[in-house]
Design a protein around this ligand. Structure first.
Ligand code: C2O
Ligand code: CU
Length: 493
């Protein structure tokens, strides 16, 4: 669906009309493409980063050349059982270097996929073996961490599911990957990756919103059916407000980690880039009903990106299922010692719109850090055109710069984010999940996150036990902000 900002949103009538049940399922069927199916002789699931085509504007329009894992976007869904090992051989068939980052996975540092910090970039024609046992069950995703403003925008991402040993009872388990694409009139991806204007402002926003790369996402359901929906925001920089109209959205997990099941207020789900939400959705309407699936258009209106389409036939069962059990807990370090925590202030500074209240104007940042040449690459393999943003008073310390803090293993860390800029930021840390603290700074919300939104002129505090040794990135997941300074690293010793 076209949502702007490049063009005014097109009228709803443009959406494909659909007739009958046959057309309706656009969700990725989870069960089929498993790792086991495509193993090589030496047991590795081979993933090829390569060009491909996607019908982002429907089948009646020319397809869009993309880059994807195995040439598709989203890439193949990788699926392992909790406790089993994941073995993926990434083969780079692009003409640029690349790496794969396993977003939200508390994995060994050497598998984290950050160029230079944790591994050498995988050059064109070469491969790299990723091998680890995911410690947590849940919904994760994998994506490029090299030249991300371009590579992520072109489609290099996929979903990784770690199945609970005892999953909750649902009729179907579906993935909804939301992305926005910036397309030109001929359907090709607009190539102004990482341009100064995007980087100064809200990042690269696309005008075309898709679910699972479908122009219109119509999901066939039967009355009284129960779905598990795993929603992932893979956009470079867009925050989505997502809603399925006339249904209560029971949130079961956030950022891959189980939470106390709860209904989202007004059914509205806010997903920043990188965020995941697992919903348990009961199809409570009458057979034959239809219900819009919407996202906001950033101007206060909701836009339909698809529908739940109820089968006209008998309900799947006469009585709806009873309330679901919570998902089983993951082995996270839950003993936060806030009183003795390492307290780290993380002011967020810079950007456009003249709100550099922290006295960190761009010129000053340039001077502080010697000002990297346009076109140069900093230590994370991201082009550093300009020093536009800063985090914790540094602007993109590369792998050869100092960490913004060091914590001994087992230490509780509290990060005090405060946003002194004119744009929201989605702050992500690698290798750990954190608690989102309440205003009192002592108690926390009943979920875990790996990416937290810090709104304009707001402070957010998060806490975690630094229990995973290594060199970990902390950055804004608005990719254009990350690539122009809002990125650093910390060390767990
Ligand atoms: Cu999903 Cu460093 O990112
Ligand atoms: Cu940001």
């Amino acid at each position: 669906m076209n949502v702007g900002p490049l063009h005014p949103p097109l009228p709803m009538t443009r959406r494909r009309l659909f007739a009958g049940a046959g057309l309706a399922v656009a969700a990725i069927a989870l069960s089929k493409r498993t790792i086991a199916e495509a193993i090589t002789e030496d047991d590795y699931r081979v993933l090829r980063a390569r060009p491909g085509l996607a019908h982002l504007r429907g089948n009646n329009n020319s397809p869009t050349p993309i880059w994807g894992y195995d040439g598709i976007s989203p890439g193949p869904t990788l699926r392992v059982k909790h406790g089993d090992e994941l073995k993926v051989r990434l083969v780079n068939d692009l003409h640029q270097s690349t790496t794969v980052h396993w977003h939200g996975l508390r994995l060994p540092n050497s598998m984290d996929g950050v160029p230079h910090l944790t591994q050498a970039p995988i050059e064109p024609g070469l491969s790299f073996d990723y091998r680890f046992t995911p410690p947590d069950a849940g919904t994760f995703w994998y994506h490029t961490h090299f030249g991300s403003s371009e590579q992520l925008a072109r489609g290099l991402y996929g979903v990784l599911i770690v199945d609970e040993r005892k999953p909750i009872e649902v009729d179907r388990d579906l993935i909804l990957v939301i992305d926005d694409w910036r397309l030109q009139d001929d359907g090709t991806i607009q190539p102004s990756f990482g341009n100064f204007h995007d980087a100064m402002m809200a990042g690269r926003l696309g005008q075309y919103v898709t679910v699972n790369s479908e122009e219109t996402f119509n999901l066939a359901v039967r009355a009284n059916e129960r779905l598990r929906l795993r929603i992932v925001n893979t956009a470079n920089s867009r925050i989505f407000l997502f809603r399925i109209a006339r249904h209560s959205a029971r949130v079961m997990a956030v950022d891959g980690q189980p939470c106390t099941p709860d209904f989202a207020p007004n059914g509205l789900l806010r997903l920043a880039p990188g965020n995941r939400i697992d919903l348990c959705l009961d199809a409570t309407l009458e057979p034959g009903s239809r219900s819009p699936i919407t996202v906001d258009d950033l101007r206060g209106s909701e836009l339909e990106i698809g529908q739940l389409v109820y089968d006209a036939g008998r309900p799947i069962r006469n009585i709806p299922l009873k309330e679901p059990e919570p998902l089983p807990d993951n082995p996270l370090s839950a003993n936060l010692d806030i009183a003795n925590a390492l307290q780290i202030d993380v002011p967020l500074d810079g950007g456009g719109m003249g709100m550099m209240m922290g006295g960190m104007g761009m010129g000053m940042m340039g001077r502080m850090h010697g000002g990297m040449r346009p076109g140069a690459f900093n230590g994370f393999g991201i082009p550093a055109q300009e020093r536009i943003w800063a985090l914790a008073s540094v602007s993109a310390t590369g792998h050869d710069g100092p960490p913004i803090f060091k914590a001994e293993r087992g230490r509780t860390v509290v990060l005090n984010f405060f946003n002194r800029t004119a744009f929201p930021h989605a702050m992500h840390i690698h290798g750990h999940h954190f608690r989102h603290l309440n205003e009192n700074g002592k108690s926390w919300k009943p979920f875990w996150l790996d990416t937290v939104v810090v709104d304009v002129q707001r402070a957010e505090r998060v806490a975690f036990v630094a229990d995973n040794p290594g060199r970990w990135m902390i950055h804004c997941h608005m990719i254009e902000h990350m690539a122009t300074g809002m990125a650093a690293w910390f060390q767990v010793t």
